[in-house]
Design a protein around this ligand. Structure first.
Ligand SMILES: Nc1ncnc2c1ncn2[C@@H]1O[C@H](COP(=O)(O)OP(=O)(O)OP(=O)(O)O)[C@@H](O)[C@H]1O
Ligand SMILES: [Mg+2]
Length: 249
């Protein structure tokens, strides 16, 4: 049975149709990528799924329950959590305190939220700096802090909005490994990225949005060879070295 389903999802902002009649389905344990040009509606689709915006039309079903229009914290409590495209930790709190807030917000009430936060900071590779403040963290470390914060809500499914954006190649490798560790633990993953190497490595299946519409869906190989996708998105990034789009170098 599908874990997450969107049925005819549309989101309009005034005259802008950010998400246009999108229907999709993600199985439990699957890792699915979402790509498309800037402004295609990817973040808006995530926001509609996680309750930040109510869809103008359509339905969101998670684990058999209709969650359309539910409050974000209720959706998070039901096991569906997302990382933010722009990471904004609480600057005055230590890393462990930041992640503990996630554990408490998640509503799963672990017996020892701080112990759980420390475990997760270890898991994302930030155990050594757990008691420091976030102000000296690199972009890659901030992304990993965000992942720990989201894992602290104990989600069944994670939505990642551009976790590899702005990272250098080494940090990108680390994030790919981390997302793979998360999928290996049986979590269902739905991720947006412009870094094709990261997205194509992690995804079993890729969906493509353009102008709010789902224009293609398939394996990473199929998507990289789809004329419509190359025209709408992959081709636009083609500079002197077309290989760079796929390799992410
Ligand atoms: N709160 C909002 N109010 C009005 N228009 C919005 C709002 N949020 C998004 N939009 C518009 O909806 C469209 C889709 O934006 P969205 O941020 O979902 O794209 P995206 O695919 O995530 O792009 P990017 O790759 O640049 O992150 C754009 O035209 C954007 O300007
Ligand atoms: Mg976006």
């Amino acid at each position: 049975m599908a874990l997450l389903e969107g049925e005819g999802l549309t989101k309009r902002f005034g005259g802008v149709v950010a998400v246009d009649d999108v229907t999709f389905s993600i199985e439990r344990g699957e890792s699915v990528g979402l790509i498309g040009p800037n402004g295609a509606g990817k973040t808006t689709l995530f926001s509609v799924v996680t309750g930040a915006y109510e869809p103008t039309e359509g339905r969101v079903v998670f684990d058999g329950e209709d969650i359309t229009g539910d409050a974000p914290h209720d959706i998070c409590h039901s096991g569906l959590a997302k990382t933010h495209q722009i990471v904004r930790p609480f600057e005055s709190l230590t890393l462990v305190e930041n992640v503990t807030v996630g554990a408490e917000f998640g509503g799963r009430n672990p017996d020892d939220p701080e112990g759980r936060a420390l475990e997760l900071l270890d898991f994302v590779g930030l155990g050594d700096v757990a008691h420091g403040k976030p102000d000296h963290l690199s972009v890659g470390e901030l992304k990993r802090l965000e992942i720990a914060r989201v894992l602290a809500t104990d989600p069944e499914m994670l939505l990642f909005d551009e976790v590899a954006g702005g990272l250098d190649p080494e940090e990108t490798e680390e994030i790919i490994d981390l997302v793979e560790d998360i999928t290996d633990r049986g979590k269902t993953v739905f991720l947006i990225d412009h870094v094709m190497k990261a997205l194509m490595t992690v995804s079993e299946r890729v969906m493509v949005l353009d102008n709010g519409q789902l224009i293609a869906e398939g394996t990473p190989d199929e998507i990289q060879n789809d004329d419509r996708v190359i025209e709408a998105y992959l081709g636009e990034n083609a500079n002197e070295d077309p290989e760079s789009i796929v390799s992410g170098d």
